[in-house]
Design a protein around this ligand. Structure first.
Ligand SMILES: [Zn+2]
Length: 133
């Protein structure tokens, strides 16, 4: 099943600043993208494989243009961005699953008490306190 069957497509213009490699001027350009928003449910007639595929999909933006015409010198140049595909959740500045997991593990690492202190704690109370401040 074609991936497009899982999405609703909507054209979108996004303004971005690009520097012309010829005249070095930076201007704002309106670039055409298409936003593919995942449908609420897999399309009718989707098999198990299609459903599994659907579950993994995310909303994304696909850039339709590869080049813009410089507003200063009128020369065409290639959009100097590597990304012609952007996931909408990245766009919103929300962490993706991997980053989120790293954040969670980092946070839990910070909250974790110094490992030797915990098992030593009961011993401290039973031991004489002379050598311990
Ligand atoms: Zn230029």
């Amino acid at each position: 099943m074609d991936e497009r069957a899982f999405f609703t497509e909507k054209p979108e213009s996004r303004v971005a600043k690009y520097q012309c490699p010829k005249c070095r001027r930076t201007n704002e350009y309106s670039v055409r993208w298409v936003r593919r928003a995942k449908k609420d449910r897999p399309p009718a007639g989707a098999g198990d494989e299609d459903r599994a595929k659907f579950a993994k999909l995310r909303d994304y933006l696909l850039r339709l243009e590869d080049e813009v015409t410089c507003k200063t010198c009128g020369k065409k140049f290639e959009i100097p961005s590597q990304h012609s595909l952007m996931f909408v959740d990245q766009l919103a500045g929300l962490p993706n699953d991997d980053e989120l997991e790293r954040e969670i593990s980092a946070a839990s690492g910070e909250e974790e008490p110094a490992p030797p202190a915990k098992p030593a704690l009961p011993a401290r109370f039973t031991r004489k306190s002379s050598g311990w401040k």
